[in-house]
Design a protein around this ligand. Structure first.
Ligand SMILES: [Zn+2]
Length: 240
């Protein structure tokens, strides 16, 4: 009997109690979230790319805040999709360590708790490196202050900029050690090194499932199973 890829992935999940899931732009694209690097990406809009470096924030903090706030308002108009909801549903059967490259906050909008390795558009952060106070922004609510209530320095959006370290990497490494299986969802592997993640998991004889409509990503060579489907369609089928 030939099993479909979804059935094979379900079989893997049935044998896996603890999952490590990494999500990328491909999960949020069906929600209408523009990707930062893709065609028509956010970085290409209104010169946003020039605001993607810490130096820009230092020289023009108000301009940067306004540009990012416009992008955040675009994101506020987008809703989570069935892929986000399916990951929540998987939590009923699995212990899940969820990490996301997405800064759109859509996991939180379905009540899920994702570690945002590239930060968040829905929080502000103090620009003083000794303070770094973080202020969550309610969904849809405009910014009320541009100065840190702790130290008075300027605030910027919490998104990780080019040249800055990504976050939660120690937690991800630990999660990968304890995971029974890994799901790589909608990520090309160009930013986070999914090839190394997948290779190390396979060396430990742990399955790696990739969900991505692209025919090849940096992780594909090392995956146990590559489901060539958009995450908002494949994940609900997996969680059903
Ligand atoms: Zn501060």
């Amino acid at each position: 009997m030939i099993l479909s890829k979804i059935e094979r992935a379900r079989n893997i999940l049935q044998r896996s109690r603890r999952l490590c899931i990494l999500t990328g732009a491909g999960l949020s694209a069906p929600s209408g979230i523009p990707t930062f690097r893709g065609v028509g990406g956010l970085w290409k809009q209104r010169g946003l790319l020039s605001y993607a470096f810490p130096e820009a924030f230092a020289s023009d903090p108000q301009g940067c805040l306004e540009v990012y706030e416009r992008a955040r308002q675009q994101m506020n108009a987008c809703d989570p999709n069935n892929g986000h909801r399916a990951i929540c549903a998987l939590r009923e059967r699995h212990d899940i360590d969820l990490f996301t490259q997405n800064v759109d906050g859509l996991h939180a909008r379905v009540g899920d708790d994702a570690k945002e390795i590239h930060g968040s558009m829905h929080a502000l952060r103090c620009m003083d490196p000794l303070c770094h106070h973080r202020i969550p922004l309610a969904h849809g609510t405009p910014i009320e202050t541009v100065h840190c209530p702790q130290c008075g320095s300027r605030l910027r959006h919490d998104v990780v900029l080019f040249g800055e370290p990504v976050r939660h990497m120690d937690e991800m490494r630990e999660a990968l050690i304890y995971a029974d299986a890994v799901l790589l969802v909608g990520t090309s592997g160009l930013v986070t090194d999914t090839r190394t993640i997948a290779r190390e998991m396979r060396e430990r004889e742990k399955p790696v499932i990739e969900i991505n409509p692209a025919w090849l990503t940096r992780a594909t060579w090392w995956t146990t199973l590559s489901i060539r489907e958009s995450a908002h369609l494949a994940l609900p089928a997996l969680a059903a």
